[in-house]
Structures are given as C-alpha cells and as structure tokens.
Design a protein around this ligand. Sequence first.
Ligand code: BGC
Length: 382
Amino acid sequence: MELSRRTVIAGAAAAGVTAATVGGTAHATGGRKPVKTLFGKLADGTKVYRWSLENGGTRLKVLSWGGVVQSLEIPDRRGRYANVSAGFDNLEDYVAKTPYFGALIGRYGNRIGKGKFTLDGKNYQLSVNDGEQSLHGGTQGFDKRVWDVEPFVKGSDVGLHLYYTSVDGEMGYPGTLKTKVTYTLTRHGDWRIDYEATTDKATVVNLTSHVYWNLAGEGSGTIEDHELQIAASRYTPTDAGLIPTGELAKVAGTPFDFSRTKPIGRDIRTSHPQLVTAKGFDHNWVLDKGITARPEHVATLRDPASGRTLKIATNEPGLQFYSGNFLDGTLTGPSGRTYRQGDALCLETQHFPDSPNKPKFPSTVLRPGQTYRTTTIHTFGC
Ligand code: BGC
C-alpha cells in the first residue's frame, strides 16, 4: 500500500480476519501465518485448499488448484475493501470453465504457433488448445494442476511457496521441469511473485500469472474507464491466430500508445486492424527497459472512481495487456454478477509470445544446470 499505510493496517486488524484465531501465529510486525481451509474436491477425491493471507492492508486468497488467486482485496481511498480480481466462488467452475482466472501459467505463458518448435535440432509438438496454437501450456497447463503449498512467515513478510513438478514430455515439452513459485505479501501490502524452475533436458519456459483485474471491484462492470500506462515504445503485432509476426512495431501514433497514461476505452473502438483481429487489446508490449537484473516499474493501472492503483515491476522484457475481449457474459463471479467483454483485464509479465520460433526475440530456452528466475511485484495504492 503506498498511501495511508498505517490507517489501512489498523483498519484491516479491526476488521478481524479470522485467520489468526484459526491457525495463525501473530507476528510482531503484523505478518500472520496463512490459514488453510478446504475449498472443494476434484472428481478423483483430491482435496483443493484455499489459503488466506493478509499483510500491510492487502488480503489474498490462493487455491492449491492452479495457484489461483481466488480473491485479492485492497481498500479504496476511503478505506473500503473490494476484491479486485475476477474469479469464482466454487471449485467446479474453476475446473470446468475458467478462462485462466487468477491462475499460474506454464510451461509457456501465451501462444506458441501451431504448438511446434525446434530445439537443438529436435522437433517438438505441443498440446494444441487454441485453434492451431498452443496457449498457456496446452490443454492441461499449470493452471489445471494441484500444487503443493507451503506457508511461511519470514520477518515482516507472509507468503506461500507453491511447488509443481512437470514430468518429461508433459503437454509435449521436453525435460522434467521442477517449478517453485513464491507468493509474498510484504508489510507494505505488495504482492510479489518469484518464479523459479530447473530442468533435466533443454526446454523452453515462460511462466506468468493470469489475474483479471478490475480495480473498481470484480462484478462492477467495464474497465474501460481505468487509466493505463505502459513503459513501452513498441509492441509485437500479430497474425490472425494472435501469433507475433516478428515485427517490433512502434506504438507512437497508434491506439497501442500507452507510454503516457490514458483511459483504456479511449482508443479501444478504433478500427485499427490489430484491434479488430484481437477484438480489443491482446498484445505483447516490448518494455523499454528490456530484461533487467532487478524488477523495474513497467505499468500503472488506476481506477479514477475508487482511487485504487496497481503498479507493476518486473525483470521480464514483455507485458501482455489483454482487455478481457473473450468474456461474454456466461461466467458468474463471487459477487453473483456476470463478466461481459471488458469487465476485467490482464497484465501478464512475460517473455514474448512464440519466442521458441522467433530467433530475434529474447530466448526462453532453459538448460540443465541453469535456474530460471523471474520476479514480478504488484504495488497497490489509493
Ligand atoms: C491471452 C488471450 C486469451 C486469454 C485467455 C490471454 O493471456 O492473451 O488471447 O484469450 O489469455 O483467457
């Protein structure tokens, strides 16, 4: 939380999240141990748990299914809390019909053209689940796996370590990929994600998080009034299958120019061919900072009505901004209201889509002995 931190923490404590009484050990600086409750059972009887965390004025609920952020609550400028992430209130909907609400995405965030790539002279065919393309890891990506979850309280931080091992050949990808994702809520209420992975054979990896944001609160309607800034002068235009053409096009003079803050709705109905193809924004922005050793600020999202803001920092070179184009009013959120086109948006930090087939894009290859490491930090304010 950037502003009125003290007030917010006091407010959260007064609101009395039952966490501490159920299983948490109160921490001197406010970080309480995450609390686990049963969320549902899969068809084969596997139990899926929901973990509740709170720190620095941010409340987070995470499922062992897909590492899903099921709820993320932050206050507005008057201290009123809202869940700003779209999702469901039951496991059945997550299993049957989620468009990746809140999920961890792997092994490869976004699309790989025709699900094919060649690495070290070997051809690989991945699971295809989006027309001809492989999207977000294939039919059974990391969003549809049960993760092992380990809670922690470390200094003033609270969080969860999430583990998933993807076997050699899963969804067509080579190598056993051992994945560890850490969700941390800091004492400032920031939500930090640290991704780590190792492999025993050369492979490709591109992990991300698929939270659908609506800073006015999920179920409250369109995000077209939200203001967005993305620190990028170029983006990657796509073909009809939403696969990058390979060009790094300038955003200047196009609807894709978010280098200075503007409302999302301002240019979304422009008949730019790229907007028509994708039914709105669904593109990768080439972040001006490039790959960095440490996370750097890349985007700011703001809802003027509530005053809630989200700032994103990452060490990744790309950001997919998806304006919820395929939400069609058929899914109902925890608020009991349906999600229609543009009722939530995603900001996915990543390497560029289809990098395994684009030698000029930054490489997504991971080899034995190397450790994949990326970090994304979400800072909330009001
Ligand atoms: C992609 C969209 C896709 C959506 C699925 C986004 O990351 O960019 O094209 O439809 O995920 O929910």
